[in-house]
Design a protein around this ligand. Structure first.
Ligand SMILES: CC(=O)SCCNC(=O)CCNC(=O)[C@H](O)C(C)(C)COP(=O)(O)OP(=O)(O)OC[C@H]1O[C@@H](n2cnc3c(N)ncnc32)[C@H](O)[C@@H]1OP(=O)(O)O
Length: 496
């Protein structure tokens, strides 16, 4: 059964234990591993590497697609393995190590990592560890529940360890579409014009001589942690659905809206769930993470097709989707993240990008990453790849956090991930601010009126009025602009 998954028989003698494979990783290496939003990460080898480092310390630079599941970032951090980490993470232990300066974290647009590798702006991986469902007759690697950066890591690395995960059904083969852009200066346009176009191969084309180890595992992906919509996230969804209805009525959006991208987390998932009860039909997704809501929409017949780079599901949905994959397979494709997030394609397809902000300011700048401007939460992920190039760049958030102690609408964001120039629509449970075509002073009025929480509205209005009295195209009181964050930092609340 195991050998059937390695269809190039000359590779059979490369089978080894995870512990033996982990010995192939040396101190100081740059390692590229599979894994995107807790889906499709190599599992046994990084766990064995962490165990080995506890006995005999070593440090590596680790690149992945995005976040890892199975507490691997936690284990690797606790074992002191991570010198550098990029481009995204969601782990609490790693987050602390990043914020106290132990791990150097490079928070990067997810489409850019392999482009920088391709152009030698980053050090190429010495070794790639890639989870696979099978190795083909040509020795090519068939990924599992994510593609992420796996294809380019495997192509650029000198050596490859393949982790074949037999918990995944072999029928995952055929789900992926691996396309690698050509080199500059003779790069050609990406030949994708429709969400469901297939432009590449179903496996990662590599020279099988680079495979130095094959490990078998049966460990499953970690279930996603998204919670069902609550009253606030449902309200955010209903404001967006009403806005889409108006845009369709005005002829600015097609009746099926156009391709949708939705970010990670509870709020973005709830927004997609909101489309379930809407009147829209024949929806399409061109996104990076496909969450539970994607499959709810497919089941309801609302969604025609979903393109992503990973499938990250709750425990309930995981079993149901992967044991009935044939039901979904002609409506799904998983691509490398540089293709799922490619600026050229986001602009060409006219994507509606819906991502979650930590906070935004009265003029429309968005902070997705840094609490109080200093502490890393997760990373920018793909939100910037999509927002800057989208047909509509939408950011959603609850109007307050931590039981009202934090206002998500502030005078000035404490860190800028998405500038006012990139942001079209802001939504909280209180309402939606349409910033298109508005000057900064006009924007501030609609943001305060529609999005701010009643607890903070008067204080925001007061700040804005006093700033306007002082003047400026984008009025600010510089000594006060970050005073809300300073108060939060010192007193644990922004409330007066
Ligand atoms: C892999 C990918 O790229 S996916 C595509 C897009 N990627 C991104 O947008 C990356 C950046 N975004 C993110 O990391 C997330 O969407 C977040 C953190 C902004 C929001 O996450 P969600 O799960 O949707 O929202 P939620 O309201 O549960 O907030 C998460 C946490 O942030 C806290 N939080 C929210 N707003 C603030 C704020 N202004 N200040 C401090 N903390 C805040 C919440 O209290 C919560 O904390 P808890 O986990 O201790 O309860």
């Amino acid at each position: 059964m195991q050998l059937e998954r390695i269809r190039l028989s000359t590779l059979h003698d490369k089978i080894m234990s995870a512990e033996q494979a982990a010995e192939l990783i040396s101190d100081g290496m740059t390692v590229g591993m599979s894994g995107f939003t807790r889906a499709g990460e190599a599992k046994a080898v990084p766990a064995a590497l962490a165990a080995r480092a506890l006995r005999s310390p070593l440090k590596i630079s680790l690149m992945t697609g995005a976040s890892l599941g199975n507490d691997l970032d936690k284990k690797l951090t606790e074992a002191g393995v991570l010198a550098r980490r990029m481009p995204f993470q969601v782990d609490n232990t790693l987050r602390k190590a990043i914020n106290n300066g132990q791990v150097m974290f490079i928070d990067q647009h997810l489409s850019e990592t392999v482009e920088q590798l391709r152009n030698h702006q980053l050090r190429l991986p010495d070794l790639a560890v890639i989870e696979a469902v099978a190795i083909t007759e040509q020795g090519h690697i068939v990924p599992t529940t994510s593609v992420g950066n796996s294809a380019s890591f495997a192509i650029f690395a000198k050596q490859i360890i393949v982790e074949i995960n037999t918990s995944h059904n072999a029928n995952l083969e055929g789900l992926h579409d691996i396309y690698i852009p050509s080199y500059r200066p003779s790069r050609t346009p990406l030949p994708l014009v429709k969400v469901n176009d297939r432009i590449g191969s179903i496996a990662i084309p590599i020279d099988p001589a680079k495979i130095v180890g094959i490990v078998f595992t049966q460990q499953t992906d970690s279930p996603s942690t998204v919670t069902p919509p609550d009253a606030e996230t449902a309200a955010i969804a209903s404001h967006l659905v009403a806005f889409f209805e108006q845009e369709v009525a005005a002829g600015r959006l097609a009746p099926n809206l156009g391709p949708l991208q939705a970010g990670i987390g509870n709020i973005a998932n709830a927004v997609m769930c909101g489309l379930l009860n809407s009147s829209f039909e024949n929806l399409q997704m061109y996104s990076e993470v496909l969450q539970d809501s994607t499959f709810d929409l497919l089941d309801a017949g609302k969604l025609q097709f979903a393109s992503g780079s990973s499938i990250t599901l709750s425990e309930r949905r995981n079993k149901d989707v992967f044991s009935n994959l044939e039901r979904y397979k002609d409506k799904l494709v998983l691509r490398p993240q540089e293709i799922s997030n490619h600026p050229e394609l986001v602009r060409r397809l006219g994507i509606i990008a819906i991502n979650t902000a930590l906070e935004f300011d009265i003029y429309g700048n968005v902070n997705s990453t840094h609490v109080c401007g200093t502490k890393m939460m997760n990373g920018i992920g793909g939100s910037g790849d999509f927002a800057r190039n989208a047909h509509l760049a939408i950011f959603v958030t609850k109007a307050t956090a931590k039981n009202g102690a934090i206002s998500s609408v502030v005078p000035f964001v404490s860190h800028v991930d998405h500038t006012e120039h990139d942001v079209d629509i802001l939504v909280t449970e209180h309402g939606l601010a349409d910033l298109r075509g508005l000057a900064p002073r006009e924007r501030a009025r609609v943001v305060i009126e529609h999005c701010a929480d009643p607890m903070y509205k008067a204080a925001l209005q007061d700040y804005f009025d006093r700033a306007c009295a002082k003047g400026g195209h984008t009025p600010h009181l510089l000594a006060e602009a970050l005073s809300w964050h300073q108060k939060l930092d010192e007193q644990g609340t922004m409330l007066a």
